[in-house]
Write a protein that binds this ligand. Structure first.
Ligand code: GDP
Ligand code: MG
Length: 288
């Protein structure tokens, strides 16, 4: 039996969450076309009885620590680096890779790593080969071209990962999928809808807290606060006559019901907490 921890690194938008979802086959990490949606480390397990258990972590993207929130994200990236058995470094092949190559070199990886060239569905084969050759082959155990979105070449990636895992007993039961509480996924799904509906600074200045999660006879009652920094942002989230918050609620409810396989009653409140992103105490309260 092989088992161990595999951490997924890469710039925001490279496709870390999509890859995690594709490998594990569940919607574990929220996916959005906007950057920095994954503020927490998300763990998901992939177990095959008597063969392997892979414990994947999706990490926040590698970014500059501009705010305290970002510093915390970098701390969790570093922490993730130190406890992995295998690192997946994922890049978006449609982007300029000069900076990425530099960032990866600065990570000084001590764990075996696989370079994952993602979004190859968008490029021709000869272009992909050319990109492959720009990376230093000796730094990686393998360089594998995939499309996380189209599920292309993921079998090869998975078998390469398993090959690199240490021998050992599984850490979790085979029927477990994650070590995160359901509440966490529910708040992430609400946050995902904020990303979908609003542009520019709104999503980045938003946090979601679940205050109530009660299983009633025929449904689950969920009450969540959406925290913003300014009154003007609250007004945007509400929309004319509460139009936007209503739409947000409907979209989030549909998504959460799909995930929980159960009817829910979702109540959303918007609260203004100035500068929550720069406030240590608040960040802790919101779980960052
Ligand atoms: P993360 O920030 O690294 O977690 O990136 P996400 O997984 O959230 O993906 C960012 C965007 O890239 C989303 O719009 C995805 O649908 C898209 N994406 C991810 N993987 C692929 C891929 O293999 N091909 C294409 N064309 N798009 C992808
Ligand atoms: Mg992500």
């Amino acid at each position: 039996m092989k088992s161990g921890f595999v951490n997924i690194f890469g710039k925001p938008n490279a496709g870390k969450s999509t890859l995690l979802n594709a490998l594990v086959g569940e919607k574990m990490a929220i996916v959005s076309s906007k950057v920095q949606t994954t503020r927490h480390r998300i763990k998901a397990f992939l177990t095959k009885k008597d063969e392997y258990q892979v414990i994947f972590s999706d990490t926040p993207g590698i970014i500059e620590p501009k705010y305290k929130l970002h510093q915390r994200m970098m701390q969790s990236v570093k922490a993730a680096l130190e406890d992995a058995d295998v690192a997946l470094l994922i890049v978006d092949v449609t982007k300029d890779l000069t900076e990425t190559i530099q960032v990866f070199q600065n990570l000084h990886l001590k764990v075996p790593s696989i370079l994952v060239l993602n979004k190859t569905d968008k490029l021709k084969q000869d272009k992909i080969e050319a990109i492959k050759s720009t990376f230093d082959q000796s730094s990686y155990k393998k360089i594998i071209a995939v499309s996380a979105l189209m599920h292309k070449n993921l079998d090869e990636l998975l078998s390469s990962i398993i090959e690199l895992l240490p021998d050992g007993e599984p850490f979790y039961n085979e029927d477990e999928l994650t070590d995160l509480p359901t509440k966490f996924f529910v708040s992430e799904m609400i946050r995902e809808k904020v990303y979908e509906l609003f542009s520019e600074e709104i999503p980045y200045q938003t946090a979601v807290i679940i205050n109530e999660f009660k299983e009633k006879e025929s449904l689950i009652k969920i009450q969540a606060d959406i925290i913003v920094q300014r009154e003007s942002q609250k007004a945007i989230l509400l929309g004319e006559g509460g139009k936007m918050i209503k739409q947000l609620g409907t979209l989030a409810r549909t998504e959460i019901e799909k995930f929980l396989q159960q009817k829910i009653f979702l109540q959303l409140f918007i609260k203004v907490k100035p500068k929550w992103r720069d406030n240590d105490l608040k960040l802790r309260e919101y779980g960052y």
